[in-house]
Design a protein around this ligand. Structure first.
Ligand SMILES: *Cc1c(COP(=O)(O)O)cnc(C)c1O
Length: 380
C-alpha cells in the first residue's frame, strides 16, 4: 500500500525528487505586477494594489468588505478585538487547529476553551458546542458567562480545517441562541463554500490567510471579511495605527497596530487571485485522484460532506490504526515524499495545556489517524 502511494505521488508530480507538502505556483501576472509596484515606489502599506486586492477578495467571497492585513494571525487578533473580546474573557474554539488561532486569543488576554470536532468535517461540532453551553452557561445582564470559570464567553471561533467547511450553519444557530458572536477562522478555506456561501461569511467576521503554504499567497498576508460597515471601518483604522485621515497632520486617536498589508504583497495577491479558479479546479482533480487510490486501498480520506464545496487545500487520509500511520509517515518521508500527521492538539502544547476543554473524543481519534499528503497544485 505504501509503495503504491509513493508511486502515485511521483506520477502525479512527475518527479523522482523531493515532493513537498505544499508549494506555491506563480503562473500568471505575478512578475509584471511586482515590477509595476517597484517602478511606482509604493512598495509599502499605501498603494492602489491594496485597495484593489481588497475589493477583488470581497467580490470573490461575496462579502461586502475586506480589510487586508500583514498576515492571518494579525487579522484574527483584530477580528477578535472587534468582536468585543476583552482580557479575562473566554473564547470557544477547537483543539484541532493551527496554533495561530489560539495565539490570537491570548494576544487579546483571553482564554481559549476547546470543544470537540466532527470526524466528517474536522470542524467544531454543533452538538458538542450545544452540550457544552447547556452545561456551563449562565446568562447575566452583562452577557453569557461560564459558571465553572466565572469568565464571560465572548466569542466562538471555529476553523475550516484544510479547506473543508465545518457545519457553520449549525454552529451559527447555537451561537445565536446564546447571543455569542461567531468569528470564523477561514485561513485555510479561500474558495470553499458551504450551502453556496463562502466560508468566513457566516459569522460577524471571517479571517483569511495568504501565507506561502495556503491555496494562494501574498508572501505573507491576511484579510478580515465582513458585511458590517462599521466593523470594516474600525478594522482598517485599527490595522493602520489609527491614523486620522489628513493631508499632512499626523494624528492617531487610539492605541492601534501596524498590521496593514504592503502594496508589494497585495500585487502578488492580485496576480494569484486571478488564478484561483484554476487552482481550485486542479486541487479538486487531485483530490479525486487520491480518493480513487484511497478507495482502491481501503483507506479513508476526508472529503466534502453534502452541502459543502471544498477547496481541497490540503488532502488528508485517515489511517485506521496507529502502527500503520507511523509506518506510512516514515516510509513516505524517508523516500522524499513529504507527509505529516495532524497538528498536535492545542491542549497538548505547553502554553494551552491547562485550558478548559470537553472530552475531545473525535479530536484525539483524528490526532492518532490523520495524515496530510502532498497537495500543491499540479503543473501541466
Ligand atoms: C495559516 C493559518 C492562520 C494564519 O496564519 P498566518 O501565517 O499568520 O497568515 C490562522 N489559522 C489557521 C488555521 C491557519 O492555517
Amino acid at each position: 500500500m505504501f509503495e503504491s502511494f509513493i508511486r502515485l505521488v511521483r506520477e502525479i508530480y512527475q518527479t523522482e525528487g523531493f515532493v513537498p507538502l505544499h508549494e506555491p505556483r506563480f503562473y500568471g501576472n505575478e512578475k509584471q505586477y511586482l515590477l509595476d509596484v517597484i517602478d511606482s515606489t509604493f512598495v509599502s502599506s499605501v498603494g492602489p494594489y491594496v485597495t484593489e486586492f481588497e475589493n477583488k477578495i470581497a467580490a470573490f467571497c461575496g462579502s461586502k468588505h475586506a480589510v487586508a492585513t500583514v498576515n492571518g494571525t494579525a487579522a484574527l487578533h483584530i477580528a477578535l478585538l472587534l468582536a468585543g473580546v476583552r482580557p479575562g474573557d473566554e473564547i470557544i474554539t477547537q483543539a484541532v487547529t493551527f496554533v495561530a488561532t489560539c495565539n490570537a486569543v491570548r494576544y487579546c488576554g483571553a482564554e481559549p476553551v476547546f470543544i470537540d470536532v466532527d470526524r466528517a468535517t474536522l470542524g467544531m461540532s454543533p452538538q458538542a458546542l450545544s452540550s457544552f453551553l447547556a452545561e456551563f452557561v449562565e446568562r447575566r445582564a452583562e452577557g453569557v458567562f461560564n459558571k465553572s470559570s466565572g469568565r464571560r464567553i465572548a466569542a466562538c471561533l471555529p476553523m475550516h480545517v484544510f479547506g473543508h467547511p465545518c457545519d457553520v450553519s449549525g454552529l451559527l444557530d447555537v451561537c445565536e441562541s446564546y447571543g455569542i458572536p461567531l468569528v470564523e477562522d477561514a485561513a485555510e478555506a479561500l474558495g470553499s463554500r458551504y450551502r453556496d456561501r463562502h466560508c468566513g461569511t457566516f459569522g460577524k467576521m471571517g479571517v483569511l490567510s495568504f501565507n506561502g503554504n495556503k491555496i494562494m499567497t501574498t508572501g505573507g498576508g491576511g484579510m478580515i471579511i465582513t458585511d458590517d460597515d462599521e466593523l470594516a471601518g474600525r478594522a482598517k483604522h485599527l490595522t493602520s495605527t489609527a491614523k486620522v485621515p489628513h493631508a499632512w497632520r499626523f494624528e492617531h486617536d487610539q492605541l492601534a497596530y501596524n498590521y496593514r498589508m504592503p502594496n508589494l504583497n497585495a500585487a502578488l495577491g492580485l496576480a494569484q487571485l486571478e488564478q484561483m479558479p484554476l487552482f481550485i479546479e486542479r486541487k479538486r482533480e487531485l483530490a479525486q485522484c487520491y480518493l480513487g487510490w484511497a478507495n482502491a486501498n481501503g483507506v479513508d480520506m476526508v472529503s466534502e460532506p453534502v452541502g459543502a464545496h471544498a477547496n481541497y487545500w490540503l488532502n488528508a487520509l485517515i489511517l485506521n490504526n496507529r502502527p500503520d500511520r507511523e509506518a506510512f509517515l516514515r516510509a513516505s518521508n524517508d523516500r522524499g515524499v513529504m507527509t505529516r500527521p495532524l497538528w498536535e492538539l492545542m491542549v497538548e502544547l505547553p502554553m494551552y495545556k491547562d485550558c478548559r476543554h470537553d472530552a475531545l473524543t473525535n479530536s484525539y481519534w483524528l490526532a492518532e489517524r490523520l495524515v496530510n499528503v502532498p497537495s500543491s497544485v499540479v503543473c501541466r
